[in-house]
Design a protein around this ligand. Structure first.
Ligand code: MLT
Length: 247
């Protein structure tokens, strides 16, 4: 049975994939929390967090489950980690699903924003981070018509421990540019974009898909940056179609 490794974004946890894990039950779903999130221990110092550390932790999860190869499915930061798996652990990757993500590294301005956010997390806690990020995360339709999704996303961010947030911000600001990797990817790839994503805009995701040999691109209407929670049915259809062609 094909295994799918779901990799959550920042500052989220495994629960962001709950609809996919339920709906895609004919495949083996693996949806861990990354180091510093939930029950998964992070390194002692937040400076030790990196995209490579997250990727190595996921390889260890596959090893423990005796899964030789998986389809990796990452959202945003999970996508950055997926690029690292493709770069450094390619033999473990059967295919890749890249949701709401981008290949470029942080600009100097984005790095300054990461530092300000780390300061805010240390001073005011996870709920301040949740309030600061929320307006950018969801589509207009989600805010207007789906208050339960807004609460779910806020709750998920609020429960991420501060060291996990600060460590992730360090990993994000230090990550390398994955643009040169794109043309070298030779496994099947599905790219899923949210029409109203403000963090990983759909136009950039389409360009990213065009740069990956043979990649499929799916645009999810009325979705922002958290398409798997905002439009689960559309995302599940896209992922299910992709997986059926692989297995
Ligand atoms: C995420 O959802 O993982 C974050 O938006 C990633 C980022 O801030 O670059």
């Amino acid at each position: 049975m094909t295994a799918v490794l779901f990799i959550h974004g920042f500052p989220f946890d495994h629960a962001m994939w709950r609809h996919q894990v339920t709906a895609l039950s004919r495949w083996q779903s693996i949806a861990p929390d990354l180091p510093g999130v939930g029950e998964t221990r992070g390194p002692e110092s937040t400076d030790e967090y990196s995209v490579a550390l997250y990727a190595a932790d996921l390889v260890a999860v596959l090893d423990r489950l005796k899964v030789e190869q998986a389809v990796i499915c990452g959202l945003s930061m999970g996508g950055y980690i997926a690029f690292e798996l493709l770069r450094s652990h390619a033999q473990r990757v059967r295919g890749a699903i890249l949701c709401n993500t981008k290949a470029a590294a942080d600009t100097p301005e984005a790095k300054r924003d990461r530092d300000a956010m780390a300061m805010l997390a240390k001073q005011s806690g996870s709920s301040a981070i949740a309030e600061a990020l929320l307006p950018k995360l969801l589509a207009r339709a989600t805010f207007e018509r789906r208050p339960e999704i807004v609460s779910e996303v806020r709750g998920m961010m609020t429960r991420v421990p501060v060291p996990g947030i600060v460590g992730a911000l360090h990993a994000l600001r230090e990550r390398s540019d994955s643009t040169p990797l794109l043309k070298t990817i030779h496994v099947p790839v599905l790219v899923i974009a949210g029409e109203e994503d403000q963090i990983a805009p759909a136009a950039g995701m389409r360009e990213m898909a065009d740069a990956i040999p043979g990649a499929r691109f799916v645009l999810i209407p009325e979705a922002g940056h958290v398409a798997p929670l905002e439009r689960p049915d559309a995302v599940n259809t896209a992922i299910g179609d992709f997986l059926r062609k692989l297995s």
